[in-house]
Each structure stands twice: as structure tokens, then as C-alpha cells.
Design a binder for this molecule. Sequence first.
Ligand code: AHR
Length: 663
Amino acid sequence: MATKNRIFSIAISLSAAFFSAQNNAIRTYHLDLKENPANIKIQPTMYGIFFEDINFAADGGIYAELIKNRSFEFDEPFTGWKQPHTKTLSQNLDSGFLTFYSDPAKTNKNYARITVLNDKNYILENEGFRGIGLHLGEQYDFSFDLENVSGNIAAVNARLVDENGKEISSVSTIIRKKGWQKYNTVLQSPRTVEKARLQITFTGNGVVNMDMISLFPQDTWKGRKGGLRKDLVQKLYDLQPGFLRFPGGCIVEGRTLAERYQWKKTVGNVADRGYLINKWSTGFPHRLTPDYGQSFGLGFFEYFQLSEDLGAEPVPILSCGMACQFNTAELVKMEDLDPYVQDALDLIEFANGDSATTKWGKLRADMGHAKPFNLKFIGVGNEQWGADYIERYKVFEKAIHAKYPDIKIISGSGPSPDGEFFEYGWKELKQLNAQIVDEHYYNSPDWFMKNAARYDHYDRSGPKVFAGEYAAQSVGVVKPDNKNNWLTALSEAAFMTGLERNADVVYMTSYAPLFAHAEGWQWTPDLIWFNNLKSYATPNYYVQKLFSNNRGTDLLTIENKGKALSGQENLFATAVKDINKNEIIIKIVNTDLQAKKISINPVNMKVGKKFTQIFLSAPQLSSENNFTAEPVKPKEETSAFKNGKISTEIPANSLVILKLNLL
Ligand code: AHR
């Protein structure tokens, strides 16, 4: 309740606009709908997805592996593992405990050596990612690599237990060989359990080495083995995104250069991929997450494949030799930049190169995708700023365009939508004829409403804009009390009308961050929240979905008394035509406490006599969705024209989409 009151008091102080209704009479606004004289196209990439491995988005999230630290690569190799009946995690081999061996020649260096002296007592347990989520009736692939070192261990037994230690399911695997071997078996769950644990016991006594201990649901997205969590990908698919940006975000840059994201370490055989602590594990003192690593099971091949599954353009963002400027700001020297540039060139070859004649194209084919991924965009750096960035950007641009002139390069303009760094970045990038500039804004709902006309005055002949990270913050940036409430979503909708109205300048947009585990998050607000079993869509998600699903192909003009609606009397509007579906789509946002009547006159257009209305609103500005209910969800109805016009009422604090057929 206290939080609710807080949200309301913030809403009141933030936006006088919300509470400006001074009389009770509902006003009618007459709007003219016309063809856009400039023939402006809506880019297919207009609404996309920003994916970053923050908040357990990858491991513990969309990557469906259920075992945390399956290959013992964490800096603290016991992370996620326990031996409930042993007193300490001693390294003493005689005591029958677990110990770790390391082979520095390999990327997957560590494995567990388990000495079992009393097979009745010994248990090795994994806690999963805040538990292991199991669904009634589902099958789970259990696999592990094992080397039988000595003794007479005859079987490895796996059992899933619930929160109270009660057995849910079990299976035994007979150990046959001496040398390293992969073992696969299947567990079925007769119950739905949110926080199960995996326990491994042994039949016989002796010494074994174990690695890659893995548990995967069989029911993944597209049924792929070792694949992605189905409910989460479905939510992305439903957005019909125009692009998928990956892998971030600051994770691209790393806290240090050594911790930057290196795509080459994320491709090839899953067991041989690198491991890296997640940058966000120490992102915020109030949300420390020491058990947050990157197994890279979701690596660059999988990101490209996901883009293809979603029908979205892949948009990889690469390190430009600058570590996160909020952390160490470590810089690679200009004379040492080559390997970074080469990574970018090789990535383009990995995505598009011939599968028979190029090294990286061949790797792609070996991984199961002989056809190129048809990469068109690449990002140089994430949220970089200053002269050091421009200097490095120039080198990347020259090398990429010399070899791949058709690839569109995305450059950064820093972490803020204005100020010294932003102005400097834009000035320089304009002079360099940069193609697409990435802008980031995390700001108050009030800022979003007041900035709906932000792009009205952008230079039409300069670089195009990628609004690559944005989200309204109900309390403040990186405040742990931020909520995904209706106020934030509504303000984003108001702002988005301005993005769309300026589709000749704004080519790409994405909300950020995308995912958050309800118990493993570091940053809020986020578009989609999940736990080990379920997920829910926020009000912000539904705003994104309505805009994206109704993006259209050509911009139209919708005006009141010859002026675009960008917040006058708390009304915002944009309109598009979809030439493939023969439809007109009008998006109207009313951020007023009072409903508004509108009447729309389609000028020189032949349209049908009925129209569809999709309403998105909420009982209160503080309304949120949650795991059990989604009170903020679109509702659809059909209406008829009155006197040759569309007349309707736009409820207080709502987004309304109107759709009509073109004859
Ligand atoms: O979206 C969370 C973070 O915000 C991103 O990683 C970074 O680019 C921005 O500062």
C-alpha cells in the first residue's frame, strides 16, 4: 500500500498534465486523416527487441538449462552445488568429498572428481536457478560426462526432490566404460514443482570424474534439444519484432576489457564454450548476485537462429575496445585495436559467409545452418561516449565498409538523451556520415510525455535514429522500487506516437531491459517477468505489442486543426497504412484524467463502414500485471461509422488503436 501511495504521489508531482481536467464536459476533437505528402515508409525494423543477459535473462531464463554451473567453471567452482551429508567441502580426497580438477588447455577447464567411500551416504546436489522448475507430465533430458577413474562405481542415480526433500522422480544410469563418456537418460515429472533440486547418488564405491551435468526440458521452443524456454520465446514471437538486438547492453563492453563479450567464445560445441562471470552479478550493491554466470549455451549461433525464428533482423552489437565507462572505462590502445575489428569482420563472415569456402561460414554450417543468416546490421560499441569512441568507431567503419559496403553500422551516442556527451557524439557522427545512431533514455513518465515531439525537429538528412534502449522509470533510474505500472506504459505509448510520426528519421526502437527473473533480477523495470514455471507480460509489453503488431508500411498524417497531436490537451496520435493488409491503423493516446471524444475524417480515402477498436487501459495508473492476473491487457471490439466518420471516445488514461479497411 505504501508503494502504491508513493507511485501516486510521484505521478501527481511528475505530470500536471494528468490532472489538468478542469471541467467535466467531454470535448470532441475533429481529426483529419490524409495521405502523407512525403511518402514516408515505416521501416520493417521500426519495433524490435533488445536482449541483454541481465536479470537471469539467459542462464536461468530463456536458455532452458536447469542446472546452475553444470561444468564447474564458476570462479568459485562449488557455486550451485552442495553435499548435504558431508560436514565441509574439504579437498581431502580420503574423505569422499567432491574436489575439482582443471585442464588449462581446455576452455571448459574444470571437472569434478568425486570419491565415494560410503555409497549409502553420499549425495551431490544442484539447486538450479533459484530452484528447478518442473511441469506435470513433462520429460527432462538428464545427461552428464563421466570418467570412471577407479573402484567399482556401477551406476549414477539421479533424483529430483521437492522443497521438502520428497522424491519426485528418479532414474539410474549404468556406468559401463573406463574413459570419458557421455551418458543420457530421461526423467519424467509427475508433479508441477517450482523449486525442485537435483540429487545425484552412486551405486558402489570409487572415484569418478564428472562434467557437463545437465537437465533440460524436452518441451523447448521448436522442440530443439538443449534449446530455449518455450513460454518466453513465445512472448517474443508474439511481439512480431522487426529486429533482435543482442547481446546487450553493457554486457557487450564488460567491466574490464578481459570481461567483454567475445562472440567467438560462444560458438561451436556447447561443452567447449567459454565461461564468464556476468557483469551484472556485481552491478548494484542492493542486488548482488554472485551466482550469476554466463555459460554461453545461448551463444551467437543461437541468437542468430532465434532472430530467424522470430522473423527479426539480427542486430549484433560488438565491443569496440572500450570497457564499460561506468566501471573501469579500460581502453584498448589504438595500435592494439586490430583483433577487435577482426572480430567484427569475422562475425559478418560467420553470419553471411559461404559455407564451403570461408572459415567462419563453414563453422556456421557445421553448427547446422548452411544457409547464411543474411546479416544487415552491426553495432560498434554499446553505450560509449567521448573522443575515444569516435576515434575507434572510425577504424571499425572504414574496415567494415571496405569489405562489406552494404552492412549498416550502428554507432552509439552515450547513456543520455541530451547533454555534453550526447551533443558531442551526434556532432561527430553526423560529420562522419554515420548511418544509424543509437540513443538511450531511462527517464520519468513525465519526460516521456513531454518528449513526444523529440524527433519532430531532427535533421532529415543526418543519420537515422535507433532508440535502442528506453523505459519510463516510476521512481528513478536503477531504483529497485521501479514498477512496470500503467503510468509508465502509458507514457511510453505517448512517446511512441512521436517515434512513429517521425518514421523518416527513427528507423529502429526497442524497450530495455527485456526479461527479469522474479527472484534473480538486478534491474527494474523490465518488459517480461518470469519465475521457474511461468511468465507474465507487463503493461509495457502490451504497449510494445500493440505498436509492433500494428506497425503498418506507410506513414499517414493525422491532424487536429492542421497540427499533429503530440500532447496538446494530453492527446497524442499517429496513423499508418498497411499496404499488404489494405488497412489503416490509427493509434491515439489520452493521458488526461478525462475521456476525449474524437471524430476522424478520412480525406480522399475510400474506407469500409466498420472499424475495430483495441483498448488498452487500467483501473489505476499504479495498476500492474503479475503471475496470477493481467488486469492491464488489450480488449477489442467492432464499431460502425457514424455519418461517414469514425466517432469514438478515447477513455481517460488509455491507448486506443483504431483499424479500418481500405476499399
Ligand atoms: O538496460 C540496462 C543497461 O542500461 C544496459 O546494459 C546499458 O546499455 C544501459 O546503461
